[in-house]
Design a protein. Structure first.
Length: 94
């Protein structure tokens, strides 16, 4: 991936920018299933990429969006609003 052009990993996985980890995983699995369709029946969901490049991009998107530090850096690069961390289970912000 070029440093000049930042890919929107949310778009790559087909999820919203406020997607939960579960939604990110579902988007990742959906894209992987699509990549396993026989090549002659497959249309690229990304512009100007072949199956190998798509797989690499989908994996990079998933790894980035499931790592909170990398996800925050990605969001800043796209000028997205800062997400507030979710409270730990059983705790509340009072």
């Amino acid at each position: 991936m070029s440093d000049v052009q930042q890919r929107d990993f949310y778009q790559v996985l087909g999820v919203r920018s406020d997607a939960s980890p579960e939604e990110i995983q579902k988007g990742y699995q959906k894209r992987l299933r699509r990549l396993k369709i026989p090549k002659h029946m497959q249309t690229s969901f990304l512009d100007n990429t072949g199956p190998e490049e798509e797989l690499e991009l989908v994996q990079d998107a998933y790894e980035t969006l499931t790592d909170m530090e990398r996800r925050d850096a990605h969001d800043r690069a796209l000028n997205l609003p800062v997400r507030k961390p979710a409270p730990a289970p059983g705790l509340s912000y009072r």
